[in-house]
Write a protein that binds this ligand. Structure first.
Ligand code: DGL
Length: 274
């Protein structure tokens, strides 16, 4: 049987934050075709229940597989925390040979090699923190690593409103980060797609001694490595350098803020996934 070689890589996030993960992936692996989906009609996922997030992610996965994706990266931390395991164990049975990967495990693997004093801070949405996905994955790798989590529910709405450069963002960050700094962490994971845009401001608060881990580059490197180990997937992927961007709500804001996250102008299509 002849192999079909026209398959894309799907990247999914609750909104446009995942575009900075896609930016790093595309930088590392430019030859492949990509289909991005941002569920802007239902963002933020961060304060929603596990069950609701699972149903949303299932619809996103179905959409991307229907749109010719062979492999999906769930760039959203909340979705990776609340839904990925069940998607892989149950929902994927419907799709022979297709794969869905998340962001938590690659970031945990990377961070566990970076921390020297084995005291790591994680900032994320409420959903991600409540799921305990980060502490769970760290403890599987190295039970000596101590994790200090802090949910930062105000950050995503501020970023979605395009107000991340405001003075009140500095105040909010100081408040959120103060208790983590007191825990003597040497590494801080930005466990949410949106926070990359705040990296400079976060560094201003944490100072030089704390190493900041933002996810894009880590996920891109791990995906490159994954393709080396999984030639059966890599070889069916199309290499025409195509990029397609989809949003479940109006596209104006998505194009404007999304272009900032992606680092270049993007053209977005509005789609229905449920
Ligand atoms: N994409 C989500 C994450 O990485 C943040 C936005 C949301 O709450 O949906 O956790």
């Amino acid at each position: 049987m002849k192999l079909k070689r026209n398959k894309s890589i799907g990247i999914f996030d609750s909104g446009f934050g995942g575009l900075n993960i896609m930016k790093e992936i595309v930088k590392e692996l430019p030859e492949y075709d990509y289909v991005y989906l941002g569920d802007t009609a239902r963002v933020p996922y961060g304060g929603r229940s596990k069950e609701v997030v699972y149903d949303f992610v299932k619809e996103a996965v179905d959409f991307l597989f229907k749109n010719n994706c062979e492999l999906i990266i769930v760039a959203c931390n909340t979705a990776s925390s609340d839904a990925l395991h069940k998607i892989q164990q149950e929902h994927l049975k419907k799709y022979k040979n297709k794969k869905v990967l998340g962001v938590i495990i690659p970031v945990v693997e990377h961070t566990s090699l970076i921390t020297k004093n084995k005291r790591v801070g994680v900032i994320a949405t409420e959903g991600t923190v409540l799921s305990k996905s980060f502490p769970r994955e760290f403890s599987k790798l190295d039970s000596d690593i101590k994790i200090f989590q802090k949910a930062c529910p105000l950050l995503v709405p501020i970023i979605e409103a395009g107000e991340h450069n405001s003075l009140w963002t500095d105040l909010i960050l100081e408040n959120y980060l103060r208790e983590l700094i007191k825990k003597d962490i040497d590494t801080l994971v930005l466990g949410c797609t949106h926070y990359r845009i705040l990296e400079k401001k976060i560094k201003n608060v944490t100072g030089k001694k704390i190493k900041i881990i933002s996810e894009g580059k880590v996920v891109a490197d791990k995906l490159k490595d994954y393709f080396k180990r999984h030639k059966e997937i890599e070889k069916v992927l199309s290499k025409k350098g195509k990029r397609e961007f989809n949003s479940t709500d109006t596209i104006d804001k998505f194009e404007k803020l999304g272009s900032k996250f992606f680092g270049e102008k993007i053209k977005v299509k509005k789609v229905k996934i449920n």
